[in-house]
Design a protein around this ligand. Structure first.
Ligand SMILES: Cc1cc2nc3c(=O)[nH]c(=O)nc-3n(C[C@H](O)[C@H](O)[C@H](O)COP(=O)(O)O)c2cc1C
Length: 158
């Protein structure tokens, strides 16, 4: 049973739209391992699927200790979700092939090796402290859009 919120269709769309999540696993020495995963999608009301293209540490950590936390944040609204759960790593077989097809249908272009399936145990919202100061999404979206457009222009000008 999920604690917090269910994996609703709104969350499914939110995660698919972001095209990026950060997945934290536990290393053998107890230290955290955090790495970005573009291929992150809600599979159904209870599971999230992540395509492993080039994530050797994540995979070896999950094989040893199959727990992870995933954060997905919208950089414009400064809101997101944190998902926690148990993960299985599928590296071959029918379920693996089916999930690779699913990831392809979502636009995966790189070669997917393993597929990570998280059985989500808890879903919690993430909200920037900017909202505590009275800012609304309507305030923050244009502000951050401006920031990223400017950042992009600056980097092109270099
Ligand atoms: C924006 C971005 C998206 C990425 N998406 C994925 C992904 O979907 N799957 C994957 O395996 N690696 C992805 N990577 C690459 C891994 O994050 C990278 O190879 C990392 O070093 C893996 O570390 P790990 O073995 O500790 O997980 C992405 C990297 C970036 C910067």
């Amino acid at each position: 049973m999920l604690r917090g919120m269910d994996l609703t269709s709104e969350i499914e769309t939110f995660v698919a739209d972001q095209r990026l999540g950060f997945l934290a696993t536990v290393c053998s020495d107890g230290t955290p391992n955090l790495s970005p995963k573009g291929l992150t999608f809600v599979l159904n009301e209870k599971q999230i699927v992540i395509g492993e293209i080039r994530s050797p540490n994540t995979v070896s950590n999950l094989l040893r200790q199959p727990v992870a936390e995933l954060n997905v944040v919208d950089h414009f609204s400064r809101k997101g979700f944190r998902f926690k759960g148990e993960c299985v790593v599928l590296s071959e077989g029918r379920a693996h092939d089916k999930l690779v097809k699913f990831l392809r249908s979502k636009g995966a272009q790189s070669e997917v090796n393993s597929v990570i399936v998280m059985d989500v145990r808890s879903v919690r919202p993430l909200v920037s402290p900017a909202y505590d100061q009275g800012f609304s999404e309507q305030d923050l979206r244009p502000q951050w859009k401006k920031h990223y457009v400017q950042m992009d222009a600056d980097s092109l000008a270099k």
